[in-house]
Write a protein that binds this ligand. Structure first.
Ligand code: GTP
Ligand code: MG
Length: 542
């Protein structure tokens, strides 16, 4: 089953197999928000978290008898939702209609008896079902895909689309996180929350980044934030009047960063030693944003856990708002990200490459520069914010409105074909050597510092989110934009843009050319203009 076939194809929809989709089924990241309007991110997150707390993750045999499995579970409570997937074995996500179902199931669960090994005495909602009968292969429960199609299969799928617009839509659907994958992400956060709660009973582990901002691709990492604010010092509701009161004696540390490092270090140790399914735990505590990285084997997610990272939560919400404002935003971001990955413009290895986050900001900026704009500027969103939405984090003003009813844009009916082609042309001609990309103001500004690519961090405005990018990588990006703009303007399709031979052609041509990059770019631009009969629109103010 491919993701675009939708969850209604899943085994849980069989007539006698029953559990219905949750009420949020209609609201995946489909852009289909006309009837009800998009929900605020915190509302969606709270619903997902609550669902996850009523859920368990169960390892089972690949050909588990679905009906018997459900029958067994329903002895403990009503099952709302159940789906299977594969990741180092077959697993089922089971959501009960209330927490009592989970409680009853856990109560009945046995501790494994292993003869040659010992078990770490920590029980969790990660379980394994034993002695349930199996069925033959044809009747086995269908597994929901948790990984995106390999690029070659995607290209093949796209080649059956009749036009570019259809290809863009098809790519977006194929890459988007599915309902099941989103549930699994929240469930993993919830399971890890149980481990962290052993130290910090009121903590909460929440997903951020592409798992929740609407731009997540199947298989993307799971970024998580350990929120300790409910426990933090200074949050006490005791009034420090002259009346007697007691206070906690708490260990002190030299800085907030040192506290974060200490807390993450303890969590890392506990995940390594006690966390069911957590493997390969690495402490990356000296990074600008300290984090713990590990693999969660039962889900197959690569996880990054941070703490005290509230600005990233705001940028997640900002991207979510942009993605929900117009369905073309997500479609363009998915297409550009896929194009960039296919050509090695982005990479899963950290280095001088452009990141997905930077690329997304570049798409947002491009859409703010359309006429009329497709997206508002961050400053415009800030002006729409009421006093209750004021948000200052570590001295940075992170205020903006995410009230969809207030955000009104003039109608812009440009097609996805046109936007994709113009995106490539926009960045083919962008004056990267002088100008900075600024989504707060929605227009380019003079670069405050040297460095090939400058994209202003929208909330920590003195920082450049693409500081890591070197001149070679930027040059590759620009060259590919030029080639791709040319290809689309000459009737090329998305499949052609994603093929690796495209890059090979550029590489061999680059070897032949010796003049400086700026000259090559000028020359190529001239040739593009001539080929297309006269000067093209220039999107730059300069
Ligand atoms: P993928 O994981 O590649 O799908 O995208 P992502 O958006 O999740 O990116 P990543 O995992 O690298 O980072 C997670 C989140 O951290 C992003 O969505 C941003 O909110 C934030 N982030 C990542 N990189 C930067 C950066 O360079 N500057 C700032 N300010 N925030 C960043
Ligand atoms: Mg991520």
């Amino acid at each position: 089953t491919r993701p675009e076939q939708g969850p209604e194809q899943g085994p849980e929809q069989g007539p006698e197999q029953g559990p219905e989709q949750g009420p949020e089924e209609a609201h995946r990241h489909t852009g289909d928000t006309k009837k009800t309007g998009p929900k605020a991110l915190h509302v969606l997150q709270a619903q997902r978290r609550e669902e996850a707390e009523r859920s368990v993750l169960i390892s089972c045999l690949p050909r588990t008898h679905h009906n018997k499995f459900l029958k067994y579970l329903s002895r403990h409570g009503d099952v709302n939702k159940c789906f299977f997937y594969e990741s180092f074995g077959t697993y089922a996500v089971v959501e009960f209609s209330d927490r009592d179902g989970v409680g009853s199931l856990l109560e009945s669960a046995a501790v494994p008896s292993i003869s040659h090994e010992s078990v770490v005495p920590l029980r969790s909602r990660l379980l394994a079902v034993r002695n349930i009968s199996t069925v033959d292969t044809q009747s086995a429960p269908q597994c929901q895909p948790q990984k995106a199609l390999p690029i070659n299969d995607l290209i093949q799928q796209l080649s059956s689309c009749t036009n570019l617009e259809q290809q863009i839509v098809s790519l977006t659907e194929a890459h988007s996180l599915t309902e099941e994958n989103i549930r699994l992400r929240f469930l993993v956060c919830s399971l890890l929350n149980d481990v962290a709660s052993a130290f910090f009973p009121d903590c909460s582990i929440r997903p951020f980044g592409s798992s929740v901002n609407g731009f997540g691709k199947l298989g993307c990492d799971l970024d998580m934030f350990l929120d300790l604010d409910a426990i933090g010092a200074g949050k006490s509701n005791v009034s420090r009047s002259t009346a007697p009161y007691v206070e906690y004696q708490m260990k002190r540390s030299s800085s907030e960063r040192a506290v974060t490092q200490g807390v993450l270090s303890v969590i890392a140790e506990s995940l390594e030693q006690l966390g069911p399914g957590c493997v390969g735990v690495q402490k990356i505590l000296n990074a600008r944003c300290p984090l713990v990285r590990f693999a969660h084997q039962p889900s197959g997610f690569q996880c990054d856990l941070t703490a005290n990272n509230r600005v990233a939560m705001r940028s997640t919400e900002m991207l979510y708002v942009f993605g929900e404002l117009d369905p073309r935003v997500r479609a363009l971001v998915f297409t550009v990200r896929c194009w960039a990955r296919a050509h090695g413009i982005t990479s899963s290895i950290p280095g001088a490459w452009i990141t997905n986050f930077s690329l997304t900001i570049m798409v947002v900026f491009f859409l703010q520069r359309r006429s009329p704009p497709i997206l508002p500027t961050l400053d415009q969103l800030k002006e729409l914010a009421g006093p209750s939405q004021k948000c200052i984090i570590d001295g940075n003003d992170c205020t903006f409105s995410s009230d969809f009813d207030k955000i009104q844009m003039k109608s812009n009916s440009e097609s996805l074909d046109r936007l994709l082609s113009d995106f490539f042309e926009f960045y083919s001609t962008f004056l990267f050597n002088k100008m900075s990309i600024n989504i707060r103001k929605g227009k380019e500004e003079h670069k405050p510092e040297l460095g090939p690519l400058h994209i202003q961090n929208p909330f920590e405005t003195s920082l450049n989110v693409s500081k890591n990018v070197n001149a070679t990588q930027l040059e590759r990006f620009v060259t590919l934009c030029q080639e791709s703009a040319w290809s689309l303007q000459n009737g090329g399709t998305l499949t052609a843009l994603l093929l690796p031979s495209h890059v090979a052609a550029i590489k061999s041509r680059k070897k032949r050319k010796r003049e400086p990059a700026s000259e090559r770019i000028k020359g190529l631009l001239e040739s593009l203009r001539t080929k297309n009969n006269g000067p093209k629109k220039c999107c730059l103010d300069a």
